[in-house]
Design a protein around this ligand. Sequence first.
Ligand code: PMT
Length: 401
Amino acid sequence: MAHADSESAYFNNYPPPKALPKHESLAKSFIDYHVESNRRVVLVTSGGTTVPLENQTVRFIDNFSAGTRGATSAEYFLQEGYAVIFFHRQYSLLPYSRHYSHSTNCFLDFMDEASPTPLYNSNNSDHGPIKVRNKYQDEMRDVLRKYRYAKQNNRLLLIPYTTVSEYLFELRMLAKCMKPLGPNALFYLAAAVSDFFIPRDRMAEHKIQSSEIPKEFSNNDEAVGAEDIYTGGFEQKQATSSKKLVVNLDPVPKFLQQLVDGWSPEGSMIVSFKLETDPNILVYKAQTALKRYAHHLVIGNLLSTRKWEVVFVTPDAPYERWIRVPKSRRSKSISGVEDQVGLAEAAKRAGSQIAPSTPEDDDTPKEGDGHIGAREGSEIESLIIPELVKLHTNMIVKFNQ
Ligand code: PMT
């Protein structure tokens, strides 16, 4: 099916999210405001998307993304003077509040109750004022000031989504709203969007049952009937008390092409991400995505090293460029595997004339390596965003020539 056909097939088959009109009006006034002042606006997508298994959703498929890349990047874009539309998975990390949220950075750990003083206005004499602990004062003041500045100057618009369908409808709407921005628009697609989903005509309306229910209660119109919930057939003896659920997923239509060719403003810059787990294929997959969609930049990252290194894959020289946090400034990460830093680059270059640069080659702190809130080490987004801003500036200059 042609791209335009698959687009209309998709959007005609699904009801738009209820919040779409409200989000559209918020986005339009935010964008108009920044068009007036000729400010650059970046759309940052962030977090995973859910794939519901039932229409009245009890269960869904999800992915690992917590929205760290998106929320962190948004802060550095704001620091660079951009206005940010932060299009994020609801309840994933948000710019600024990310420093004090979720279980790893529980905000209560940053606070203390001070001793009661006569000046503190409380009805209870043993109640002291709640204060930020001394050692976090400077860091929290810095974050708070930046957050306040973004809010008071209308620099940050938060738009949430949850399901993959909401993501697609809202992405199309936001991209079209950004048209008046022309080359001042930047798309930074860091979200981990589901590749597979259950089409509407095959989705169960009600909670899928794990055991049979009497016929008089069952609905013949159910998209997932008892015959589709089967026991697998691998057992010698079929299970009697519980059943396996086999789910058939269809591929989510690839809308990056439509974003590049139709939805986005003329002259805008489009940056997508590519995530892999196998170092041997990362650069190849990023290059393939760049060729397929003919946009401006693919940022490749490995699941295990994404906090310390990324690769910029561009259509022009240098074509492939690694950005790394210097070894001495790498933060600790429970899920990351530091030994794997450099592997994807080495894998790509094995067999070519150029010797792989080891991570240690990169150990000089770079300009722009200052950052807020990384309690230990540097955030790689403090290196990614300034580089990206340079590329965006070059594109704007070329467009205006
Ligand atoms: O949130 P974190 O834990 O910090 O993790 C960040 C991240 C690893 C998720 C992020 O850095 C990242 O790599 N995101 C992209 C993941 C990916 O490989 O996406 P993809 O290959 O499925 O899609 C390619 C690009 O198209 C992505 O930019 C994606 O956002 C975009 N896309 C994909 C499908 C779709 N239907 N719409 C899209 O916009």
